[in-house]
Design a protein around this ligand. Structure first.
Ligand SMILES: Cc1cc2nc3c(=O)[nH]c(=O)nc-3n(C[C@H](O)[C@H](O)[C@H](O)COP(=O)(O)O)c2cc1C
Length: 417
């Protein structure tokens, strides 16, 4: 079931060093890259159907095409490694085991969008990973792989690592850019028409770490090598993180289209001893929750997950066993979102705070059954009325828990009466 596209070097001793990366073939096709027209690189990525791995699943190639042509201003590639959502921990595997693959992906992507400056934005607390990445970048500069002349070619690439201040909202691409510009990390209003991002009024593309690390495989091997994996509509592979009540939690690369339950049992080793599957949050903590019955039917690709009313998100799966109280689960999650709401939009700021308070009341025994309807109403006020999708995502997870596990909330009321 496991495949190796992005993770191909993860198990190799010292895979993070330049020496081993070179032995594994990283950077071996740069001459070929610079002999190819940048638009052809973009076209290859378009044909591969590569989708962004940061949660939204936007098609990568078409996004690159939104970068303006013949614009005299400098273009920027911004790599999003903020990774602060509970249950999502796969980009850190790339920083840890194959930072040179990311650097190689940056070279390919910068060349395609005609950018000479890339920023990698990482949550500041990930000090160990930042050091690991910085070491690899230093090695690449010293070896002339990046810098004034990429491997002797007439193309400059500079890479700067920027440490975020530890705010989950700074993973949202426009908040990230605000933060990178030295401002408070508040998401920006989005234009109706599709366009690139703007960094100090210069054209920019924001892509997730894993998205960029997938690009070399596609360009080196051809788009068909990537579409050979996965399904017709969700081609390729993804790093799926599995955490919670399973025997073998970890990060595993799979082609899209596998059954979730097979992944859980065959790779995750099944549930921990004596535990039964109760629920699963797919794709990081903000995707609608699945019941055990739904997990049995779920298929790991974008379309199949939408069909069952959830989303694939970042592929970070949180497995919840039957000893967990779902009111506690909801409270745990809302505490995080309440704390992390940037406060810019009233429905998000007040909504997360209000739901947090109501769930606390329910757990303390002072809640009322009507609170469940109020929670669902507040969820609706958070949907579609804010600058970014933080609030709608909170709505998704909380509403799905309240609806699918209503009986556990009722049991909580009964316990206290
Ligand atoms: C609250 C919030 C947090 C996010 N955090 C991240 C993150 O940590 N990393 C990431 O790549 N994308 C994150 N995203 C998605 C980004 O806004 C953006 O879609 C993504 O970086 C684009 O790259 P991709 O197309 O390669 O996925 C977040 C979105 C929201 C709304």
């Amino acid at each position: 079931m496991l495949v190796k596209v992005v993770s191909k070097n993860f198990d190799i001793q010292d895979s993070h060093t330049l020496k081993v990366a070179l032995e594994c073939g990283t950077y071996d096709s740069l001459d070929k890259l610079f002999a190819t027209c940048p638009d052809d690189i973009t076209e290859e990525v378009v044909k591969s159907g590569l989708r962004g791995k940061g949660g939204g699943g936007a098609a990568c190639g078409p996004k690159w095409k939104m970068m303006p042509k013949d614009d005299p201003r400098p273009a920027y590639l911004i790599v999003n490694g903020d990774e602060s959502e509970p249950g999502t921990f796969k980009d850190r595997q790339i920083f840890q085991y194959d930072p040179h693959l990311l650097i190689e992906g940056i070279i390919y992507s910068c060349y395609a969008i005609n950018s000479h400056d890339a920023y990698i934005y990482i949550r500041g607390e990930y000090e160990w990973f930042i050091n690991r990445l910085n070491k690899a970048i230093d090695e690449a500069y010293e070896a002339g792989i990046i810098g004034e002349s990429v491997k002797g070619h007439d193309f400059r690439i500079d890479i700067t690592v920027h440490r975020g201040g530890g705010a989950y909202i700074c993973g949202e691409k426009s908040a990230l850019i605000e933060s990178l510009e030295g401002k408070r990390g508040h998401p920006r209003l989005k234009p109706h028409q599709k366009e690139c991002e703007w960094f100090f009024d210069n054209p920019a593309t924001v892509n997730n770490v894993e998205t960029i690390a997938t690009v070399p495989f596609i360009v080196k091997n051809g788009y068909e090598a990537y579409t050979a994996y996965g399904t017709a509509k969700s081609p390729g592979t993804m790093l799926f993180a599995m955490s919670g009540a399973v025997k073998n939690p970890g990060v595993y690369e799979l082609a899209f289209g596998n059954k979730m339950i097979d992944f859980l049992n065959e790779v995750g080793g099944g549930m921990k001893e004596g535990k039964k599957l109760k629920a699963l949050i797919p794709g990081g903590s903000s995707c609608p929750i699945l019941t055990a019955d739904e997990v049995n039917e779920a298929v790991l690709d974008y379309e199949s997950m939408w069909d069952i009313g959830s989303t694939l998100g970042t592929g970070g799966m949180i497995v919840i066993d039957d000893s967990q109280n779902m009111v506690d689960v909801a409270k745990n999650l809302i505490e995080f979102y309440h704390h992390e709401s940037c406060g810019q939009c009233t429905p998000c700021r007040e909504g997360t705070s209000w739901i947090d308070k109501m769930l606390a009341d329910i757990l303390e025994g002072s809640g009322k059954v009507e609170d469940l309807d109020t929670i669902l109403e507040v969820c609706e006020t958070m949907n579609g009325k804010t600058v970014c999708v933080f609030a709608p995502a909170v709505k998704d997870i909380i509403k799905s828990i309240v609806i699918k596990f209503r009986h556990e909330f009722i049991a909580e009321f009964n316990k206290n009466n």
